[in-house]
Design a protein around this ligand. Structure first.
Ligand SMILES: [Zn+2]
Ligand SMILES: [Zn+2]
Length: 88
């Protein structure tokens, strides 16, 4: 999975629609650069992570440790709140 604009990207690449209606996989920086012509496809690939400790769902970017393969294709890991509790 890589960005169709720059060839880079990461595991959280977005699926977007251009104003012409074609689908494009783009990374965050490319999305920001072209956000005026790109619309994120809602629900196409829901990227969610579930915390192993409190079971909350959230953005995997905000999680301290994430790994794919959680329930319903979600990532599982430790949310920021639990991670800071654990570390103190
Ligand atoms: Zn890119
Ligand atoms: Zn948590």
């Amino acid at each position: 999975m890589s960005c169709e604009l720059c060839g880079g990207g990461d595991m959280w690449i977005k699926t977007c629609l251009t104003t012409e209606g074609s689908r494009l996989l783009v990374c965050d920086p490319c999305y920001e650069e072209h956000s005026s012509i790109l619309v994120i496809v809602p629900g196409d690939r829901v990227v969610m992570a579930r915390c192993d400790y409190c079971w909350c769902y959230g953005n995997p970017r905000e999680f301290v440790e994430v790994s794919p393969g959680g329930r319903k294709n979600a990532y599982s890991g430790t949310c920021a709140a639990c991670a800071s509790e654990e570390g103190s």
